[in-house]
Structure formats: structure tokens, C-alpha cells
Design a protein around this ligand. Structure first.
Ligand SMILES: NC(=O)C1=CN([C@@H]2O[C@H](COP(=O)(O)OP(=O)(O)OC[C@H]3O[C@@H](n4cnc5c(N)ncnc54)[C@H](O)[C@@H]3O)[C@@H](O)[C@H]2O)C=CC1
Ligand SMILES: Nc1nc(O)c(N)c(N[C@@H]2O[C@H](COP(=O)(O)O)[C@@H](O)[C@H]2O)n1
Length: 260
């Protein structure tokens, strides 16, 4: 699949929400939470169903975001349901800093691609045989880091593992610890979180670890059977900007600590 050129007005629109260099004393990477939802706040037609919501214009924007992040994180539910590639197909910028789809077209896509991070405590997803592995083998993507509860007896070739411990209260991996480890152990300075529902719901409630929120709103309804994303309690946003495309709109914002 080849992408259309990036619509030029997306660059200034996204500028203030893209990763900035964090000070070396910062314990975690810059984190962007980004996903596509329908008008009825669904991210897929049903559990485990890969669903295209973004049209080409906003799909290119997602690849532009991938270009600007060192890591791309999804939960095991998404890895199993979508068999995603998680590489970057947007070709980059020229030496003058101009967005230019032609300049780097001959370079391997793996250069522009973020490192996939799969949160998979009980190791249900396999890299072997996945689209990610195909892309890696073709020089079009990077191999993943898999976040697990314990190291597998038979580690998969090319996979790096991060062993995490569960938070006593929630039974989940602790986000600040996990993100801190991605920075300190794997030198990832920026991470884009794409989903799925479980991960998005958790992170919408975490202004302490999310720096930017970029949501594509597709002009479609996915209906009552769709997988809805909604935080457990109300969330207020600040620094809100909207971009309008042919079919989709994009909202960029920051999460705030304030109550409603
Ligand atoms: N429209 C969009 O932008 C996107 C849509 N999706 C859709 O989302 C759906 C998948 O969503 P979900 O089933 O909710 O899966 P998910 O991708 O959120 O993964 C949930 C699983 O990840 C693991 N996990 C996540 N956070 C964890 C933590 N803090 N500690 C320990 N384990 C953790 C657990 O195993 C959990 O069962 C699919 O239908 C997919 O197509 C996924 C990504 C983006
Ligand atoms: N931005 C966006 N729009 C949609 O309509 C989507 N369904 C998604 N899904 C995310 O993209 C992953 C697929 O990536 P590849 O194209 O295979 O690289 C999918 O797993 C979700 O994370 N995103």
C-alpha cells in the first residue's frame, strides 16, 4: 500500500503536539496517545475485528506521527486482532527540513519506523509468522519489544523482552514504571500509543504520563456492537485544536489533571 502525500496544513497543526526533546533527567519518554474513532466513539466494529476508520488523508497523518516517534505501543488484544505492521510508510523530510514525499523513497522503511512495543503479560501473541516479522524481514520495519510478566522459556528470535511487574492495587503493569523502563533500558525517548480499547481507556485517565492526545474522528457510525472507548470518569482537555479533512476530522489536545 502506498500513501498519498501528507496534506501540508497537517504539519503546522500537529507541530505543538509532536515529541519534544525531554530533559535527560526526565524519567519517561514523551507519550502521544492516538487512535481513530467513529462518531459514536467506537474504535472497531466488534471485539477482535480489524476496522478501517481513517480515510487516506488521516491514515497518512498516522504514518507521519509514526515517523516522529521512537516507539509504537499496543496491547496484546490489538496485536492478536489486527496483526498490525506498526511500521512507518511516510517517507520523511529532505535536508532543508521540508516535508517531501520523494526525497527518501529509496531508503529502507525500517529507518523511519518506530520500534513496536506489545504489552502481552501472558505471551499470547507471536512475532513469528506475524506481519511485523514480514516487514522486518523485508527491511520495512523494526522487530518488537514484548512486555511480559516473566521471560519465556523459548524466547523468539529477534524479539527483545521487558519483564514488568504488576501494580498491587490494579493487577496491571504500572504505566510510569513501564514507560520509564522503555526509556532507561531501550533508550526510547518518545512513544506513540495506538490502542486498543483497554489501553486507551487506562491512559485517558493518566495526564501524568500522556503528553499529547491526537484523535481522528471518522465520519461513520460503527453501531452498538462496536468496541467503545470512554474513560471511567470524566476527563477535561486543554490546548484543544481541530483540523478538518475531506471526510475525517482530527482533534489534538492535552489531558489535564483538573476535575470537571
Ligand atoms: N481505531 C483504532 O485507532 C484502533 C482500534 N483498535 C481495536 O481495538 C481492539 C482491541 O482492543 P482490546 O481488546 O481492548 O485490546 P488492547 O490492545 O487494549 O489489549 C488489551 C490487553 O493488553 C494487555 N494489557 C494492556 N495494558 C496492560 C497493562 N497496563 N498491564 C498488563 N497488561 C496490559 C492485557 O493482556 C490486555 O488483555 C481491536 O478490535 C482493534 O482493532 C486498536 C488500536 C487502534
Ligand atoms: N489511525 C488509525 N485509523 C484506523 O482506522 C485504524 N483502524 C487504526 N488502527 C491502528 O493501526 C494498526 C494497524 O496498523 P498497520 O496499518 O497494520 O501498520 C492497528 O493495529 C491499530 O493500532 N489506526
Amino acid at each position: 500500500m502506498s500513501l498519498d502525500p501528507l496534506r501540508p496544513d497537517l504539519v503546522p497543526f500537529l507541530q505543538e503536539y509532536l515529541p519534544t526533546v525531554r530533559s535527560s533527567s526526565d524519567s519517561r519518554p514523551f507519550v502521544t496517545l492516538t487512535y481513530a474513532q467513529s462518531l459514536d466513539a467506537r474504535i472497531s466494529l466488534g471485539p477482535g475485528i480489524r476496522t478501517a476508520i481513517s480515510d487516506m488523508e488521516t491514515k497518512v497523518m498516522t504514518h507521519y506521527l509514526r515517523y516522529h516517534h521512537a516507539g509504537i505501543l499496543v496491547g496484546a488484544g490489538t496485536a492478536l486482532a489486527d496483526d498490525p505492521g506498526l511500521n512507518c510508510k511516510w517517507p520523511g523530510r529532505d535536508e532543508q527540513g521540508q516535508d517531501n514525499d520523494e526525497v527518501r523513497k529509496d531508503e529502507p522503511l525500517s529507518l523511519h519506523s518506530p520500534t513496536p512495543i506489545i504489552i502481552d503479560p501472558s505471551q499470547k501473541w507471536r512475532f513469528t509468522g506475524s506481519k511485523m516479522q514480514q516487514l522486518f524481514a523485508a527491511g520495512e520495519g523494526k522487530p518488537p519489544i514484548v512486555v511480559v510478566e516473566r521471560l519465556p522459556e523459548a524466547p523468539e528470535k529477534d524479539v527483545r523482552y521487558l519483564v514488568a511487574s504488576r501494580d498491587a492495587a490494579t493487577g496491571q503493569f504500572d504505566w510510569p514504571w513501564l514507560l520509564g523502563a522503555l526509556k532507561s533500558q531501550f533508550q526510547l525517548d518518545s512513544v506513540m500509543v495506538e490502542g486498543g480499547a483497554c489501553v486507551i481507556k487506562a491512559l485517558l485517565a493518566r495526564p501524568d504520563v500522556v503528553d499529547s492526545l491526537v484523535v481522528t474522528v471518522g465520519s461513520t457510525y460503527l453501531g452498538a456492537g462496536g468496541v467503545a472507548v470512554s474513560p471511567a470518569t470524566p476527563v477535561k482537555l486543554s490546548d484543544v485544536s481541530w483540523w478538518r479533512g475531506k471526510r475525517d476530522s482530527i482533534m489534538a489536545a492535552r489531558l489535564t489533571q483538573q476535575s470537571m
